[in-house]
Structure formats: structure tokens, C-alpha cells
Design a binder for this molecule. Structure first.
Ligand SMILES: Cc1cc2nc3c(=O)[nH]c(=O)nc-3n(C[C@H](O)[C@H](O)[C@H](O)COP(=O)(O)O)c2cc1C
Length: 454
């Protein structure tokens, strides 16, 4: 058997400041060009040159108004505000690439499943099977208020509703059109066979509908399903639905524990331990020599904003750190934001000072700084010790951060035999799992196929 291959996603967002805040002020940084298509098409080309598996696009509905109870730092540092729609970027990037996958975040809490199903089918058609969906339910009260609700649903109930939402989607994606429904028979005047297209019905606690899926079957039908919640309820949701899970643990031991629990739950849900690929967030600053890498890192640190990193984390945990002195213990009582983030912060007793120290590069992912060999060593340690499958690489200064990775680190990974030297053919799902373009039969969604054996 060959060596385990590392998977790579670029982690990005249709905004200025994503994870490593403040770096937009670096003289070479071009992230404020996020509004323009060339910024994205050039990024897509660089990633495909580096044989990246995917570009993972985060998204947020709502604003970060927890820190100081206002949006002042959020706006002045551009912490994911302004933010444009990620899905609209995909067709342009797909047009200049052939293999790169796209994982797009869409919050299901404020979208009807019937319309979301068509949007992803459209993207799957236009990308010829390269689309993934990062399923999120939101964690901001500011989003709920903006959408006319008093507050969000409670944390665990958001997942209950999401479970039902996914059932509706599977009915539409997997059950409405049979595989041979589309004939495109000009002589016989039959585009689609009426006997093979079915109205689906759903009567549930949160959703009631009946209808035909608007889109004809796309290469993958169900997009590759990404998910990033790692609370207890979040992991149960992942065990049923997710194919790729994104984690941001504080260290390898914590990662190993999270991955072990997830893989065990997969088996309990009738799936295999390898049915989910786990990606860990990382920020990488490479250099041709160690001195060059350290110099580059020091240069970046000069422009990074620790306070913006803290304001971002405040929204993630729902805690206004500004109300605490630097060394005062923080009251991490259960809230309604990202439970796993708050739990980690509580377990480590992170004070405001500690968080500011951790966010030196403006964000929560510790930077891996060094030569290609040193970076490859570190990535291999994560894969070996924590049983993760790959990395979501956050950007630092753009576009150079991805260019440096592709030009310096990718060849090192290839030399070690732990990274592909060419893309496989097939849809994104097939590229990731090597077992066909469609959901495997043991996935919950496959049970909604018309002739599925349950
Ligand atoms: C690494 C990571 C990335 C996430 N990215 C997003 C995102 O782009 N948009 C979003 O609305 N939520 C995002 N979330 C929030 C999760 O989707 C989920 O709502 C949150 O983690 C709460 O679930 P949990 O308490 O089960 O972890 C992210 C969470 C994590 C841990």
C-alpha cells in the first residue's frame, strides 16, 4: 500500500479579513480586491497548479457585534464585514479550472430547502461535479435579528432542524428524478420521461412541502457534504451526514480525541471510519530557508491585529472579552454560539491576555513557520498523531501565501510521496474517496433513492 496522501483545501472567504486579521494592511496584500473576478480566477489557477483538492469558502450571515457590544472593530479591521456571497464566485473559477473542487458555505437557517437544492444542483452541473456544501446553521444572534427573528433557535435544536432539512434535500436530490429520467430524445420528442420524475412529499416538524426537484440530475446529485461543528450534537449530525469535517483543535491530542470520537460515531451510524475526511485548520508561512521564513513571519506579525482576532473569537464564543481585565478569569457560562469553541476556551481557562498572545498572526490557527521540509514534518505529525486526512490552509498575505505554498511546499510533499502528482479523473467525491461520483449506499442520503433497498 502507498503512503497516506494528504488532502489540501485553501480556506478563504468572499471578504477582506477572514482568519488572520489585520494582514490586509500589508503593502503587498490584495485581499480588498475580493470584489473583482480576476482576484478569484487567478487564485483558482494557482490552486489548481498546486493540485489542491478544493477551495473551501466560509461564509457568515450576520455581523460580529459581541466585542464591545458594537461593530466598530469589525468594520475598521474588516473582520468578515463587508462580506459577499460565496456561491456566485464558483462558476467563474470553474471556467478557468478543470479539477479544483469548491466547498461553499451556505447557512440553511434562512433558506428554503427547495431553493437551496436547486442552487447546488445548478452549481454541480456548471462545475461538472466539483461542488461541495459546508452545512452551517449559524451562531450569531445578529443574523437572526436581521432575518426578522427575535433570536436563534437553541444550539441543539438548530441541528434537529438541520437533520430534517437534509432529509428534504435528499428527497429532492436523490429521489425526485430517476437515473434514466432524462432522455433528450429529439426524434421521439421526449426530453424527460414523465414516468421517471416524481413529486416528493415531506410533512415534518419544521418543513412541509410537495414538489418536483427543479433541476435534472447533476453528476454528484448530492454535493459533497462538509460540516464543522464538533460539539456532541454537532458530531452526531456529522456522523449521519458529513463526508468532510473541518476541525480547529488547540493541539494534536485534542484533535486525536475529536477524530477518534467522530470515527466511532460513524461506525455506530452504519458507516465506515474512513467515510469522513477530517481537515484541520492551519496557517503556514514557508520560506526557502529558515531565516527567510522567520523574516517573512516577523514582517507579517508587524501588520497583524491581535485585537481583531479577539473580536472574531468573541463572536464565536458569544463572550465579550472587552469587559474583562487582561488576567481576569472569564466566565464561560453556556451560551448559544459555537459550543465547541467556548468549551475549549473554558477547558484551557483562556484569559484575554492569553488569547491576545495566541492571536499573534491575527487568528486562532497557530502558524507553522519554516522551510518546506520543516512544514512537511509538521503536517506529517498531524496526520500521523491525530489521524486527520488533510488541511484547510488559511491565507495570510494574498496572493503570495498560496503561491509560496504551491511553489515551495507542494514539491516537498510530492518528493516524500505523500501528495498527488496529478489529479484523478471524476467528480469531487470520486477524487476524495475513489469510490464513484455519487453518495455511497451506506450514507443516509442514499436511502432516499427511489429504488433504494433500505
Ligand atoms: C473550523 C470551523 C469553521 C466554521 N466555519 C463556519 C462558517 O464559515 N460559517 C458559519 O456560519 N459557521 C461556521 N462554523 C460554525 C459551525 O458551522 C457550527 O455552527 C458551530 O461550530 C456550532 O456548532 P458546534 O457547537 O457543534 O461546534 C465553523 C465552525 C468551526 C469549528
Amino acid at each position: 500500500m502507498g503512503k497516506k496522501q494528504i488532502l489540501l483545501n485553501a480556506f478563504n472567504m468572499n471578504c477582506v479579513g477572514h482568519i488572520n486579521h489585520g494582514l490586509w494592511t500589508h503593502p503587498r496584500d490584495r485581499s480588498s480586491d475580493y470584489r473583482l473576478l480576476p482576484y478569484w480566477t487567478e487564485l483558482a489557477r494557482v490552486l489548481e497548479r498546486g493540485l489542491f483538492d478544493g477551495l473551501f469558502l466560509a461564509d457568515i450571515v450576520g455581523v460580529y457585534d459581541v466585542y464591545r457590544r458594537n461593530v466598530d472593530v469589525t468594520l475598521s479591521e474588516s473582520i468578515q464585514l463587508p462580506v459577499n456571497d460565496p456561491a456566485l464566485l464558483v462558476p467563474a473559477m470553474a471556467a478557468v479550472t478543470r479539477h479544483l473542487g469548491f466547498g461553499v458555505t451556505v447557512n440553511l437557517s434562512y433558506e428554503e430547502p427547495y431553493l437551496l437544492a436547486r442552487r447546488f444542483s445548478t452549481l454541480d452541473h456548471l462545475t461538472e461535479g466539483r461542488i461541495g456544501w459546508n452545512i452551517v446553521t449559524g451562531y450569531l444572534d445578529s443574523a437572526a435579528r436581521a432575518m426578522g427573528r427575535a433570536e436563534q433557535l437553541p444550539h441543539d435544536e438548530r441541528y434537529d432542524r438541520a437533520d430534517e432539512y437534509l432529509d428534504v434535500l435528499y428527497k429532492l436530490w436523490e429521489g425526485s428524478w430517476e437515473d434514466d429520467a432524462v432522455r433528450r430524445d429529439k426524434a421521439g420528442r421526449v426530453y424527460a420521461d414523465p414516468a421517471k420524475v416524481h413529486r416528493i412529499e415531506h410533512a415534518g416538524r419544521y418543513y412541509n412541502l410537495e414538489g418536483y426537484h427543479l433541476a435534472e440530475p447533476s453528476p454528484q446529485r448530492t454535493p459533497v457534504l462538509f460540516q464543522a461543528g464538533s460539539s456532541g450534537r454537532g458530531q452526531r449530525f456529522a456522523a449521519r451526514h458529513a463526508e468532510c469535517v473541518f476541525i480547529s483543535p488547540p493541539n494534536r491530542e485534542a484533535a486525536r480525541e475529536t477524530v477518534r470520537t467522530l470515527r466511532r460515531q460513524l461506525v455506530e451510524a452504519g458507516r465506515r471510519p474512513g467515510d469522513v475526511k477530517v481537515f484541520v485548520g492551519a496557517a503556514v508561512v514557508p520560506g526557502a530557508t529558515e531565516a527567510e521564513a522567520r523574516e517573512r513571519h516577523a514582517d507579517y506579525l508587524h501588520y497583524a491585529s491581535r485585537e481583531a482576532g479577539l473580536a472574531h473569537f468573541a463572536a464565536s464564543t458569544g463572550i465579550d472579552y472587552a469587559q474583562y481585565d487582561l488576567d481576569e478569569p472569564v466566565d464561560y457560562r453556556p451560551g448559544n454560539a459555537i459550543e465547541s469553541a467556548a468549551r475549549t476556551a473554558q477547558a484551557h481557562g483562556w484569559t484575554r491576555r492569553k488569547l491576545l498572545e495566541m492571536f499573534a498572526l491575527g487568528g486562532r490557527y497557530p502558524a507553522i513557520v519554516g522551510t518546506p521540509a520543516q512544514i512537511a514534518d509538521e503536517l506529517q505529525k498531524w496526520v500521523g498523531e491525530a489521524d486527520v486526512d488533510g488541511f484547510n490552509l488559511s491565507r495570510t498575505v494574498v496572493p503570495e501565501s498560496y503561491e509560496h505554498f504551491v511553489d515551495l511546499v507542494v514539491p516537498e510533499l510530492q518528493d516524500r510521496g505523500i501528495y498527488k502528482t496529478a489529479y484523478a479523473e471524476g467528480a469531487l467525491r470520486h477524487k476524495l474517496f475513489g469510490a464513484g461520483d455519487r453518495l455511497p449506499v451506506r450514507h443516509a442520503g442514499a436511502g432516499f433513492r427511489r429504488h433504494a433497498v433500505r
